[in-house]
Write a protein that binds this ligand. Structure first.
Ligand SMILES: *Cc1c(COP(=O)(O)O)cnc(C)c1O
Length: 243
């Protein structure tokens, strides 16, 4: 068994165990976060059956897509902070965007989505822990943004995403996830929507997220290894600074 195979098996083991513990078997999808990792690793993961990949840095992602354009069925998710001048490339090359947090960005993604492609799947990033420095819209402002976005025909509003402040205690990890799940249900009721995605849970808190209703965990480190040194060199070589 290869190292990557072993890591996928362990992550799926964690997901299935967490699902079982709360009777949510088969409800959680794995998004493999491949930022800073080479295209060769994505290819290897694809051969293991992984089809959904998350990227934070636009140029790095476009380079990988180029190198991997022979892989059918691969689905690219943009999960990093979005600058206005990047929306055209994002809406042209990605299948999902998890990090929409303001109307201006949503409008640009909508206007720039190529007509030949299906509507772009969108999650709204919520600043669930109320950290001043973090991206994401506040819970208070969320209903107005949701209402405006439902009128954009080239976007398909799928749900909410959050990156809570790091906590080690499971009880404290679960709180923000519970709040996000509650927000999704409230918005669905309020606006008669059918949003079906809660993008929450990473390597260190996926069990808590699943327990509180996550439908998509975004896992990097546990699948591809730590990325500290690689990240610095990637940022230097592509000139990106986000994430
Ligand atoms: C990097 C990243 C992840 C993956 O985090 P890990 O702790 O390595 O699993 C998930 N979501 C977002 C938005 C990220 O930027």
């Amino acid at each position: 068994m290869t190292i990557l195979q072993n890591r996928f098996q362990r992550v799926y083991g964690r997901i299935h165990q967490a699902e079982q513990a709360c009777n949510r078997n088969g409800q959680v999808q794995l998004l493999a976060v491949s930022k800073t990792k080479p295209a060769s690793m994505v290819r290897e993961a694809w051969h293991l059956g992984q089809k959904h990949f998350g990227e934070n840095y636009l140029q790095e992602a476009l380079d990988k897509m180029d190198e991997l354009n022979d892989l059918s069925d691969i689905q690219w998710h943009f999960i990093g902070p979005i600058q206005s001048n990047k929306t055209r490339d994002i809406s042209t090359h990605f299948d999902w965007v998890h990090s929409v947090d303001r109307l201006k960005i949503a409008q640009r993604l909508n206007d720039q989505r190529p007509q030949a492609l299906p509507p772009l799947n969108i999650c709204l990033q919520v600043n669930i822990s109320g950290e001043e420095t973090k991206s994401g819209i506040s819970l208070n402002e969320l209903p107005v943004l949701v209402q405006s976005i439902t009128h954009l025909p080239n976007l398909k509003l799928r749900g909410l995403m959050a990156i809570p402040a790091p906590e080690t205690e499971p009880d404290r990890q679960r709180e923000p996830f519970r709040a996000l799940t509650h927000a999704l249900h409230t918005l669905n009721d309020q606006f008669s929507l059918t949003m079906d995605t809660l993008s929450m849970g990473m390597t260190d808190d996926l069990e808590s997220a699943i327990q509180e209703g996550s439908t998509m965990v975004r896992i990097g480190t546990a699948l591809f290894g730590s990325r500290h040194s690689v990240q610095a060199s990637t940022e230097a070589s592509t000139g990106t600074q986000n994430g």
